[in-house]
Design a protein around this ligand. Structure first.
Ligand code: FES
Length: 486
């Protein structure tokens, strides 16, 4: 006997089985996992993942830790939803539980009725019918008494999924199709930024209206008041502010995703958190922006850093999903700010960040495999792109080619850890300088047709020209080419 149909959204499936959303999507694409309207039936999940132990689930552990009060106050607040949201989610689940229970009582009645009818039939028929009815009744009883084979696992899966639904809600963004989870007291805007999804916004505090979105389905709750006012007609249309509302149930919203041209220029004072030497020729500069001012940028962009009257422009190496933490890789050269970064910049110094600049950004609308080529410290924007793609779980497969001579592969361990952690990530370090044509031949040798691939490359002009021509010859579409001269 199978458990009743119960459908789960992909983000939750990924969390439950401990895999990335991209790998779940790949299984669906390859026909290994069936879906219905983009959702996965619980029975199908139990069939495809017979060995998964739900007990390892992080959400369950967190609830356990909250119960044991092992959490610090701030983490506690961050993990648990607002109490009104919690109450509404519990109320929603209570309603579902009541509906399921009513249905079960009804089935019970139907069974009782069936039993009486069968008895009637047996009494009125001859011995042959009496025996046949007795056989049917025996079979029915055995089936009803036997616990379904998957009962224990189905029960455990349902319990875990219920905890996830109490702790978080899933948001699906239209028309882009991105999905993310809202946890704790986060607004929809905060939750989107946490995964690096650049939804449009301005003031973050309910004044400008730039984070306006439309609710398509599901239930929201206002968690921050706002001064921005909507016309009655807009309210009726489902319009709301991402920076004021959280999701009570799983929701579908219509919201605009920002491109490089939508992001305003900013000027933010930041504190040096650390100056980290990564070999002889590279320092990683770790900066923290003030609590109320996070830098808006897209992965792959540059900023200008200034301190004590000198300035320099560098690529950001960190992901926009890292909140107020910004990291830049600075290669040793003779520019004044670079010399300062190597010689005198220290923890707690103040640096002004201006920007962001540049249009070398990830195409987050694409789900195609991505090929990344980094030349020396051109690894910085590539690292940002890769971490962004990982955070959004959008690329189907990723190949990283890092060509390094003088700088060395200064974050080799990080790249290897990505390759170890994800079966769709492949790392190819290449040593030393090469002539561009030979290098391009080597880079592209592993890839036949590039018609359905995106290529992101950062390096010297000659290399980019040769790479673009070589990739186009292998079918790369002009829209799939993203080059940044170093
Ligand atoms: S960002 Fe300004 S109102 Fe939401």
């Amino acid at each position: 006997m199978r458990a009743m149909a119960h459908y789960l959204p992909l983000s939750r499936v990924a969390r439950l089985v401990g895999q990335s959303r991209a790998s779940i999507q790949r299984m669906i694409h390859d026909g290994e996992l069936a879906t219905f309207d983009g959702m996965v039936d619980m029975n199908e999940l139990l069939r495809v993942f017979p060995d998964v132990s739900w007990e390892d689930d992080g959400e369950f552990k967190r609830v356990q830790e909250i119960k044991e009060k092992a959490y610090g106050k701030r983490i506690y607040e961050r993990a648990l939803p607002d109490k009104e949201v919690l109450a509404e989610r519990l109320f929603e689940m209570g309603r579902e539980f009541a509906a399921a229970k009513t249905l079960l009582l009804h089935y019970d009645e139907v069974l009782r009725f069936l039993n009486d009818k069968l008895d009637d039939l047996a009494d009125r028929g001859g011995p042959a019918l009496y025996e046949a009815v007795a056989g049917v009744k025996l079979w029915l009883k055995r089936e009803l008494d036997a616990a379904p084979k998957e009962a224990e696992r189905a029960e455990s899966l349902l319990a875990h999924e219920s905890v996830m639904r109490i702790m978080s809600a899933q948001v699906t963004v239209q028309p882009s199709g991105h999905e993310f989870l809202v946890e704790g007291n986060d607004t929809l805007l905060e939750a989107a930024l946490r995964v690096g999804l650049p939804l449009n916004y301005g003031c973050s505090n309910g004044n400008c209206g730039e984070c306006r979105a439309r609710l398509v389905s599901g239930q929201l709750r206002r968690v921050h008041p706002h001064d921005f006012t909507f016309r009655e007609q807009d309210k009726a249309n489902g319009d709301f502010l991402l920076c004021s509302y959280t999701a009570v149930t799983d929701v579908v919203i219509e919201a605009a995703v920002a491109g490089a041209a939508d992001i305003p220029q900013q000027r933010i004072p930041a504190r040096v958190k650390a100056v980290e030497r990564l070999g002889e020729r590279i320092v990683a500069l770790h900066l923290t922006t003030p609590r109320s001012q996070r830098l808006r940028f897209l992965a792959g962009q540059r900023v200008r850093l200034a301190a004590d009257g000198i300035a320099g422009e560098y690529h950001i190496a960190s992901c926009p999903c890292e909140d107020r933490q910004i990291t830049l890789h600075i290669r040793r050269d003779n520019r004044p700010f670079t010399r300062k970064a190597f010689d005198s910049l220290a923890k707690e110094d103040t640096v002004t960040i201006e920007g962001p600049f540049g249009g070398f950004v990830y195409n987050i609308e694409s789900r195609r495999p991505a090929l990344f080529v980094a030349w020396e410290h051109g690894f910085a924007p590539i690292q940002s792109l890769i971490q962004h793609a990982m955070s959004l779980e959008i690329a189907d497969a990723m190949h990283l080619y890092w060509v390094a001579g003088e700088t060395g592969h200064y974050l080799d361990n990080l790249c290897r850890s990505w390759a170890d952690a994800m079966d769709n990530f492949h790392y190819h370090p290449i040593d030393g300088a090469h002539d561009p044509a030979g290098l391009v031949e080597r880079l592209l040798a592993d890839h036949g047709d590039l018609a359905h691939t995106d290529l992101y490359a950062v390096g010297p002009h000659d290399l980019l020209r040769a790479l673009e021509a070589g990739a186009m010859a292998r079918g790369l579409s002009p829209l799939g080419w993203h080059g940044e001269v170093l």
